[in-house]
Design a protein around this ligand. Structure first.
Ligand SMILES: Nc1ncnc2c1ncn2[C@@H]1O[C@H](COP(=O)(O)OP(=O)(O)OP(=O)(O)O)[C@@H](O)[C@H]1O
Ligand SMILES: [Mg+2]
Length: 253
């Protein structure tokens, strides 16, 4: 169980980010503790990806603070946050299509260990077993040698997850991990993700549009609307919240 007194793995305090005169994220705060699976939901353009970018360092907030295990990382570049244990996957797939699934993960491990200068062949031999184990965790054990570009869309997302895990993260941020997947495939993907959280005690923050997925897997839900966190609570609290119902008017929560 998480305790209110435990240090959050990741916390954001009052983040604001504007693009010229438009404020995409306004005073948004969040705390993520060990063991949590936190979903960020909100209508299109609510600021979910921008909020993610502020947490990962792709964008720097105009004001507010981001901390990883209490350390201020607000102005730290993404690669340094990765070293502190923050891993992310993107809304758009980012694997190397001509490399095999195994090679993609081996390369991820080599990069995380700062061995990118090694001839690739050497990196490949070094991290074979570790990479195969990660691929097994995401359900790709029988597709190790297929070129990533030949994998189904869902399997590519799973591969991305294995690549994200290759940096030995202490928290995983996933922007729409099930984008483009069918219902069954989405549930299977989240099943793998939740299993990874339970097994390795890695908390997860994920953006998701499909409410059935959100309510099946999230231990906590953060609702963004027009850049603001309008609700942060358990699935039951979110479902019962009047403002959330207004934002999702017509949807079956
Ligand atoms: N670089 C940018 N310059 C100007 N406006 C931007 C920029 N990035 C995002 N925005 C605007 O900020 C708002 C929030 O965008 P963001 O991508 O964070 O939303 P989102 O909740 O992730 O949406 P979606 O559900 O469609 O992925 C949108 O109105 C978008 O047009
Ligand atoms: Mg987005």
């Amino acid at each position: 169980m998480t305790s209110a007194l435990a240090q959050p793995v990741l916390s954001a305090d009052s983040l604001t980010k504007s693009f010229s005169t438009f404020t995409a994220v306004r005073g948004a705060s969040i705390d993520i503790h060990s063991g949590e699976v936190v979903a960020i939901i909100g209508p299109n353009g609510a600021g979910k990806t921008t909020f993610f970018d502020l947490l990962t360092g792709r964008k720097i907030p105009d004001s507010g603070t981001v901390r990883i295990f209490g350390k201020d990382v607000t102005r730290m570049p993404p690669w340094r946050r990765v070293r502190l244990g923050l891993a992310r996957s993107f809304q758009v797939s980012s694997v190397f299509g001509t490399l095999s699934a195994l090679e993609n993960v081996q390369l991820g491990i080599a990069l995380a260990k700062r061995q990118a200068w090694h001839p690739f062949g050497l990196a490949v031999r070094r991290h074979r077993d570790h990479a195969a184990a990660l691929l097994e965790e995401v359900g790709l054990a029988d597709r190790l040698h297929l070129p990533a570009g030949k994998l189904s869309h869902g399997d590519q997302r799973s591969l991305e997850l294995a690549v994200a895990l290759s940096s030995n993260p202490r928290i995983l941020l996933l922007d729409e991990p099930t984008a483009g997947m069918g219902v069954a495939e989405s549930a299977e993907c989240l099943e793998h993700i939740s299993a990874i959280t339970r097994k390795n005690d890695i908390p997860i923050l994920f953006v998701e549009h499909d409410m059935s997925i959100v309510f099946s897997f999230a231990t906590r839900i953060v609702v963004l609307a027009a850049g603001e966190v309008i609700m942060n609570g358990s699935p039951a609290e979110v479902r019962a919240n009047e403002r959330v119902r207004e934002v999702y008017f017509g949807e079956n929560l």
